[in-house]
Design a protein. Structure first.
Length: 137
């Protein structure tokens, strides 16, 4: 198994820390702002959705930091999580809901472009997309 590069280790741990912090903020000081992102079509009430997504983020963050041997799986799961919460960003933009300082259409629109960057960060930092060469002998 190839050893993880220092830059990828730092990026993986930074992403894990970011996720754990964001998840904690779901449960505490930013709960109201996160409710603004929950689309109306989600079948749970907004507070339940925010709590569940916060718990998922804390779990993913800790897994990225602590489970280095499973980093590729955690990278794919994190990327999938970022993809699954993207409709919340779209909902915030289309419904013109202000939260997190995103109080103009332009700011909310620009925010949409950060989700693909988070997905790329998760995949790159965990080497989830690196090709593995297997040589048969």
């Amino acid at each position: 198994m190839k050893k993880e590069s220092l830059s990828k280790s730092i990026a993986r741990i930074a992403l894990g820390t970011f996720l754990a912090f964001a998840g904690t903020s779901h449960l505490t000081f930013a709960r109201r702002d996160f409710k603004a992102q929950v689309p109306d079509w989600v079948p749970f009430d907004k507070d339940t959705t925010v709590v569940l997504s916060g718990e998922a983020e804390i779990s993913l963050g800790l897994a990225l930091i602590l489970l280095a041997k499973e980093k590729k799986d955690m990278g794919w799961i994190s990327a999938l999580f970022f993809l699954m919460v993207f409709p919340g960003n779209i909902s915030q933009y289309t419904h013109r809901r202000s939260a997190f300082g995103l109080n103009t259409d332009r700011r909310r629109f620009i925010r949409l472009f950060f989700q693909p960057l988070l997905i790329a960060w998760a995949l790159w930092a965990t080497s989830a997309c690196d090709k593995q060469l297997k040589l048969d002998k």
